[in-house]
Write a protein that binds this ligand. Structure first.
Ligand SMILES: Nc1ncnc2c1ncn2[C@@H]1O[C@H](COP(=O)(O)OP(=O)(O)OP(=O)(O)O)[C@@H](O)[C@H]1O
Length: 310
């Protein structure tokens, strides 16, 4: 059997801040098979972007390991890594050079490899622009002359020009108008299907993840508190945090057992983690032991939840 596209093995990552040491990713493990799409959801500050940067090799874990197609990402040569795994970030405007023409922006990863001739670069850039729905005329524009959706198409073309097999999408539609979000999600889904890509797809919005992901991992304060197939997680959420996230995007149905509370309270200070289950201060169904004992993973097919009551 071939190695998973992405393998995260007991990864731990902290940051030193003025307020103390923040645990951003706390002993997280998961794998994404080739061609799979794992959606990672959670509120802002739960560690999703740190997870993305660890997988892209832009950050090193304190402990644990990230493997891409069976190779440790930490030991990989930068150029080789770029040919294998690429990011698409939230804000295309800040990630696109404002002074460069679209064609040159998309060509950049090819130029950086130092092995592609001009003709090949031109051919690949034209092919990618057409593939993401941008005309040759758009290729001659500057980022400021494009709409938000068009700029994200440029960022996607740039991510795919080296023909990577894995793409890490970090909130790729969150900065876009709602009407444009669906177009970009459809484009990403189509590209995945046609090119056989693997996605790690990060969003704070479960509704977005439902559209693209076959599996979902729910992150809360650095831990994956629930995971499962998208269908199972939406139909039968186990963790009260997942239920609260779902309640914020769905009209609750009585059968779901969605608690009648929102996530009004702010996320606890990650430099000062609550003891026991870290969700207990905000949990509508917490019991006494939730405040003192860390919950075990209660497994179910393809996943499970870290909750005493699951
Ligand atoms: N470079 C850094 N230095 C210090 N703290 C950091 C750094 N990067 C992230 N953190 C902290 O790590 C925790 C997780 O942040 P992260 O950005 O990964 O979360 P997130 O779920 O992606 O949120 P967002 O969607 O707002 O980016 C937060 O408490 C954040 O403040």
């Amino acid at each position: 059997m071939s190695a998973p596209a992405i393998e995260v093995l007991q990864v731990h990552k902290t940051f030193a801040t003025g307020g103390g040491r923040v645990v951003a990713v706390d002993d997280v493990s998961f794998a994404i098979p080739a061609g799979g799409v794992l959606g990672v959801v959670g509120e802002s500050g739960c560690g999703k972007s740190t997870m993305a940067r660890l997988i892209l090799g832009l950050l090193a874990p304190d402990s644990g390991e990230v493997k891409v197609e069976g190779q440790a990402v930490s030991g990989m040569d930068r150029k080789a890594r770029a040919r294998l795994i690429q990011p698409v970030f939230q804000d295309p405007f800040s990630s696109l050079n404002p002074l460069a023409r679209v064609k040159d922006i998309v060509a950049m990863p090819l130029v950086a490899q130092g092995t592609f001739g001009r003709a090949e670069i031109g051919r690949r850039v034209d092919e990618l622009l057409a593939r993401v729905g941008l005309s040759a005329e758009m290729g001659r524009r500057l980022p400021a002359e494009l709409s938000g959706g068009q700029r994200q198409r440029v960022a996607i073309a740039r991510a795919l020009v080296l023909r990577p097999r894995i793409v890490v999408c970090d909130e790729p539609t969150s900065a876009l108008d709602v009407s444009v979000q669906a177009q970009i999600l459809n484009l990403l889904a189509e590209l995945r299907r046609d090119l056989g890509l693997t996605y790690l797809f990060i969003s704070h919005n479960l509704a977005v993840v439902e559209h693209v992901a076959s599996e979902v991992a729910v992150m809360y304060l650095g831990r994956i508190v629930e995971r499962g197939s998208t269908d199972a997680l939406f139909a039968r959420p186990e963790h009260p945090y997942t239920k609260a996230l779902l309640a914020s995007v769905l009209t609750p149905e009585p059968g779901l057992g969605v608690p009648d509370v929102g996530l009004g309270d702010a996320l606890p200070d990650p430099a000062n983690m609550p003891p026991g289950c870290r969700f207990h201060p905000r949990c509508p169904v917490a019991e006494a032991r939730c405040a003192s004992e860390s919950p075990p993973l209660r497994k179910r097919a393809n996943g499970g939840a870290e909750c005493w009551l699951a």
